[in-house]
Design a protein around this ligand. Structure first.
Ligand code: EPZ
Length: 429
């Protein structure tokens, strides 16, 4: 078992470089299946979700060549079987993007029901509704989702009943080579959707309106090789902003798009944190004395749900009573029990958390219950005096590349340790 051991209470200072966006990368990696020839992807984050995406492609016959730490050449020319088995899909929710990409390339796909973070029911009815409207039939049997378009895919008009990042991406992937015009209405507007559309357009796709709630896709026959750099990760950047604020630090966060961070910046400023914006970097300075505020998570450009555990943790250290309302997921407060071990005073009723700020948290053994919950534990541990051990860090490594090295560079006392599990201990005795 691996743990993070953090000796907290030290202000973070210096500079940190943000990596490429996880949620763009996990869509763009399957999208390389659509190119006739190799694609070069730059600025890929060093995270396990990228490794899983690569492993799925390799298992299907793709060739992946490392150019440097963050740049890879992906050649999917020899992929012949449009199947992603359970052993591959179980590790990553976004493995369902292979449905849209394989459907566009082969007119059929078979992908196991995906795994990923567990925060309530995570339906995919809108993805299937979109495929269906494009002319594909689907069945779900023994945990496998099979989609097939016997007559090929045909452009159409699709209105999503809920704003869904995943459904927007999956239907975009399927529609780029469909015959005619597809209009996606009530589309999600997250930065990673724009990034996927830019990637596909750089291969020769004809997509307009990504970043608004109506996306128009005119199908093309062929998509070509391309070289493409992935956008900076909005949520990794936001997490380091909160880390700086929580530790009374002074951190220059580089390689960011400040516009993507506006909803986070405005809440931090309300809490009394200084945020200075530059062209592609942002400086966060805090002297403590954090003030209360209220936050409601919403689809982009609202406050991101993927920053909810981090901001709740910061509010637990503020003065006064704050309210955080989760507007996207049914059950995204499971980590609160862990924060309570560190002294947080939070009560949760359904999708609403009431936080009585306690000034400071204290060290305690905790675990990461999912990716962003894990980030919240790291924030709490960095701020709390004493030694905190965080278990289940594989969740954190799904989305935060080189986190130990980045935090050590900012002056944090953090290390990753390997604890022998029960079997190994027995052998050692
Ligand atoms: C994406 O998940 C992200 N994952 C999540 O980030 C993020 O929390 C979420 O979008 C919201 O921003 C990736 O991009 C890989 P949705 P996704 O479809 O696509 C309901 C992280 O920490 N819904 O936008 O699965 C659903 O239940 C991860 O990086 C349906 O009802 O989210 C939810 O309430 C975790 N039917 C809402 O829509 C559907 O068919 C939004 O879900 C699909 C979704």
């Amino acid at each position: 078992m691996e743990k993070f051991v953090i000796n907290g209470g030290k202000p973070l200072t210096g500079e940190v470089e943000i990596s490429g966006a996880k949620n763009a990368a996990v869509a763009i990696i399957p999208a390389t299946l659509l190119a006739e020839g190799p694609c070069i992807l730059e600025n890929l984050p060093n995270i396990s979700d990228v490794t899983i995406g690569f492993n799925i492609l390799r298992a299907m016959g793709a060739k992946i060549r490392t150019i440097n730490n963050n740049t890879f050449e992906i050649d999917t020319t020899y992929v012949t079987e449009p199947v992603v088995p359970y052993e591959m899909a179980k590790y990553m929710r976004a493995s369902y993007y292979f449905l849209g990409a394989l459907l566009a390339r082969f007119n059929r796909a078979s992908v196991a029901m995906p795994g990923g973070c567990n925060f309530g029911v995570r339906p995919i009815d809108q993805h299937l509704k979109g495929f269906n409207a494009l002319g594909a039939d689907y069945t779900i049997d023994h945990g496998m989702i099979d989609v097939k378009a016997e007559q090929g895919l045909l452009g159409t008009q699709i209105y999503f009943d809920v704003v869904s990042v995943g459904a927007t991406i999956n239907v975009l992937l399927a529609a780029v080579k469909a015959k005619g015009l597809t209009i996606i209405e009530n589309a999600a507007k997250e930065p990673h959707i724009v990034d996927l559309a830019n990637f596909l357009n750089s291969m020769g796709a004809d997509i307009m309106g990504a970043g608004t709630d109506v996306i128009k896709v005119r199908g093309v026959e062929k998509l070509n090789s391309t070289t493409y750099g992935i956008i900076p990760d909005q949520i990794e950047a936001g997490t380091y902003m909160v880390m700086a604020a929580a530790t009374k630090g002074n951190v220059l966060i580089k390689n960011v798009i400040p516009k993507h961070l506006e909803s986070i910046t405005s809440k931090l400023v309300k809490m009394g944190v200084t945020v200075e914006e530059y062209d592609d970097s942002i400086r966060v300075i805090s002297h403590g004395n954090l003030q209360r505020t209220s936050v409601k998570t919403q689809p982009h450009p609202g406050f991101p749900t993927d920053m909810q555990p981090q901001i709740t943790t910061l509010l637990a250290m503020a003065e006064g009573t704050s309210i955080v309302t989760e507007g996207v997921w049914d059950n995204r407060f499971q980590y609160v029990d862990e924060l309570r071990r560190m002294g947080a005073n939070i009560s949760v009723d359904g999708k609403v958390a009431v936080i009585e700020g306690c000034g400071a948290l204290h060290a305690a053994p905790v675990k990461a219950t999912d990716l962003r919950a894990g980030a919240a534990m790291v924030i709490a541990a960095l701020s709390a005096k004493g030694t905190t051990e965080i278990e289940n860090i594989h969740h954190i490594e799904r989305g935060y590349g080189d986190i130990v090295e980045k935090l050590q560079h900012l002056g944090a006392d953090i290390k990753k340790v390997i604890i022998p599990d029960g079997a190994e201990l027995k052998q050692a005795l």
